[in-house]
Write a new protein. Structure first.
Length: 103
């Protein structure tokens, strides 16, 4: 079992896959660790080979922490994903409604 290691970005951790490669380097799975109003949280993001970068991860963590401080917007990754899903479904429903013709 691989152990979690700290990255150079605060609050961002990774583990390297023992056999999966991303170019010449082992593929890394990135996670966030932070404190929310509900307590300490650790939420997985995804693999570096799927497009996640340390900078993008740190930016997302900064947005979540800002939302926790201000009390506005999603405070966890789960809430953020649920909000995106609802917005996408609303957008699809609007597109379906607009494509309906009367004739």
């Amino acid at each position: 079992m691989a152990s979690w290691k700290r990255s150079r970005q605060p609050g961002v951790y990774y583990r390297e896959h023992p056999t999966r490669k991303n170019g010449p380097h082992p593929d890394r799975y990135l996670t966030l660790r932070y404190t929310s109003p509900d307590g300490r949280r650790q939420e997985g993001l995804g693999w570096v080979s799927e497009g996640w970068t340390l900078e993008r991860t740190a930016q997302l963590l900064g947005e979540l922490k800002q939302n926790i401080r201000t009390g506005e917007g999603p405070t966890t990754l789960c809430e953020l994903r649920a909000g995106n899903l609802l917005a996408r479904k609303a957008k699809e429903a609007e597109a379906d409604r607009r494509s309906l013709t009367f004739g």
